[in-house]
Ligand binder design. Sequence first.
Ligand SMILES: Nc1ncnc2c1ncn2[C@@H]1O[C@H](COP(=O)(O)OP(=O)(O)OP(=O)(O)O)[C@@H](O)[C@H]1O
Ligand SMILES: [Mg+2]
Length: 381
Amino acid sequence: MPEGPPSSVPDQTRPPDIATERALERSLKELSDLKYALDQSAIVATTDVHGLITYANDKFCQISKYSREELLGQDHRIINSAYHPKEFIRDLWRTIASGRVWRSEIRNRAKDGSIYWVDTTIVPFMDARGKPYQYIAIRYDITERKAAEERLREQAAFVRLGQMAAVVAHEVKNPLAGLRGALQVIGKRLPAGSPDTAIVGEMVARIDALNRMVQDLLLFARPRQPKMAPVRIAMVVREAVEFIANDPGLKHTPIGVDDGGDPVISADVDLLRPVFLNLLLNAAQAAQNRGGVRVRIHPRQNGVCRITIEDDGPGIAAEIRDRIFQPFFTTKHRGTGLGLPIAKRAVELHGGELLIESPEGGGTTVTVRLPLEERLRARSL
Ligand SMILES: Nc1ncnc2c1ncn2[C@@H]1O[C@H](COP(=O)(O)OP(=O)(O)OP(=O)(O)O)[C@@H](O)[C@H]1O
Ligand SMILES: [Mg+2]
């Protein structure tokens, strides 16, 4: 009698299609279990060879804030934050189109404009001819880690800037004061009506501008720990409004103030003055010849005082939104680009936060949130 078939050979007594069906069923179950596990842990999307999204899991919808309908059929440009250079994206496509796995960290923009970072692995699926027919992207949210890295880098930069500022203070401010004094003496000696008086006046004004810039740099690079005392925030706002009302270029821009019942908060008034001055200057400069500015101190809520500054300016273009807090970033002819970084830093030293919203239609709203009570953020200076 011939030996029976080895156990690995399908049971001949059952029709082969049922056995295959069972195996297929098992594989499908395994596959769907694996997919379930993947969907639980990662942000998953598949695309066709042209990069059009064919599948997006719930986590993808959650993080990108787009609905599944909005994502399907789109390519990943929908979440592109215009951060990575073209070469980076080209390398991604070269790699996956040639059938290799690509891995890197990507910065994306959600529907509401917020930024998130994802650790991304893209795996090409190949057909029988060795050509990719689909790509699967598996991503993990690393936004918090990126923010922590950024804070560390920022702190290291602050230390270097602080050292530089100390040198600047000594080497630049003192000679500037000397020059200014000497020019004033020369100015006084000039005969009345001399055409040189205007030139000397212009030189003094230039020195004053240079001095203000050095002062701003010092304030930014070497802020001190806030000395807290009760402050009427509406008073600080009104001081800034008054300053702007004296500026010949800005005095025609109306600024309305709603003092919200004049709350008192615990703050360092000397640090807060430049915050509101810089924010109101930006708002008035933006709204100039286009409309006005509205400042609102909101009623206290959950231990926080919220102040909003809303302007009718053109708004902030999406391409520069990520850079406006960088020191020396400016789009203005005579700007230094220190206004916002100084304001942000001072607010954060108070344990508060500064947020900027600029919707598509134009206009900008800056929100300052300050704790009502002393609640300083432990931050190394
Ligand atoms: N309310 C606003 N509306 C439109 N753009 C704004 C507004 N506030 C800030 N910006 C943009 O952010 C940039 C940086 O602002 P920031 O206050 O730091 O510097 P700056 O105003 O250019 O110079 P300065 O040092 O004189 O303040 C501005 O140049 C401008 O492009
Ligand atoms: Mg400014």
